[in-house]
Design a protein. Structure first.
Length: 320
């Protein structure tokens, strides 16, 4: 029987998470058969040995080194057979019905290119992930009566992408990113190319954030560089020039207020790194602008504005 669903879990030194995460996935009850792939990103613990000994039904792809979140998942994708491709973090534990409800939503909503699960505890009380006025992912409430709600952002910790849509995107994650903001780039690329992102209220998974274990300054360095690369790649140069100072100024003020000097340094290191490498995307930027099916304004109008001052100031900056 053909495999319709592939679940891909990227692992890096995650042995302590696997004894909960893998059984919670393998025990999902669904009519269709599904495969589970564990992509090991050059772990130095006994993750691979543990999985092969205790979960022989899991297909293990053992990589020689740590390729990061972006390329690690790309590597796993090359071995997946399903038409529905589900990517899930190692530091998660799925609730009963997680898979069945996620796949059901994908079947019933052909207009959605990417579907995400509700992650607990950060998305309790009917919250989803979307983009705020500064272009950063943030939780946002939605009506409890809705089974599915739209968003600008698909969290990389747990999402389903349809292979048909992925073929249109050409690639899943940008391998240069290594980790952080690769899901932001995938999300905006999807929206601007005419796709839709939805969150499935009754597909719930617990996410114990922090499994990757990178230090805060390293995280902010990569997130800053990669976020700026995303905006440069996908927005017009005029709109990139608008969002660039807003994004950086907001983070700088926040870190300074909290006296997080190392994060301030990481922020500026990320900005410098962007200016040293953005040239590699000049050709891609020009080609993407030609094939975009939605305008940047479509995105800016759907940013989450939490405060009245954001609406007045940023809407003026973004020209909407």
């Amino acid at each position: 029987m053909a495999i319709r669903i592939s679940i891909i879990m990227l692992n890096w030194n995650g042995r302590k998470w696997l004894e909960d995460s893998l059984p919670s996935i393998l025990n999902q009850k669904i009519g269709d058969g599904f495969e589970v792939l564990l992509v090991d990103n050059g772990s130095m613990d006994d993750s691979v040995k543990y999985v092969r000994s205790n979960f022989p039904q899991v297909k293990v792809i053992e990589l020689r080194k740590n390729y990061g979140f972006a390329e690690g998942n790309n590597q796993g994708l090359r071995h997946a057979l399903g038409d529905y491709l589900i990517f899930v973090n190692m530091d998660t534990k799925a609730e009963d019905g997680w898979l069945k409800n996620l796949v059901k939503a994908a079947d019933e909503h052909p207009e959605c290119s990417i579907l995400c699960s509700i992650q607990l505890p950060s998305q309790e009380e009917n919250r989803i992930r979307t983009l705020n006025a500064f272009g950063d992912p943030t939780p946002s409430p939605f009506e409890s009566t809705l089974a599915l709600t739209g968003s600008l952002f698909a969290s990389g910790a747990c999402f389903l992408i349809k292979r048909e849509w992925l073929n249109k995107l050409v690639y899943l994650f940008d391998p240069y990113y290594f980790c952080y903001a690769e899901d932001l780039e995938l999300s905006l690329r999807t929206v601007l190319l005419g796709g839709r992102i939805g969150y499935v209220k009754d597909s719930r998974i617990h996410h114990f954030i922090g499994g990757a274990g990178l230090s805060s300054p390293t995280m902010h360095y990569l997130a800053t560089r990669n976020t700026l690369l995303t905006y440069y790649k996908l927005f017009t140069l005029e709109n990139f020039a608008r969002i660039f100072p807003v994004n950086i100024a907001r983070k700088f003020i926040r870190f300074l207020r909290l006296r997080q000097i190392l994060n301030v340094m990481a922020l500026f290191a990320g900005v410098i790194a962007f200016f040293l490498c953005f040239y590699r995307y000049r050709k891609y930027h020009k080609e993407f602008i030609k094939v975009k099916q939605r305008t940047d304004k479509y995105v800016f109008q759907r940013f989450l504005y939490k405060r009245e001052i954001e609406k007045k100031l940023l809407k003026k900056i973004y020209g909407i």
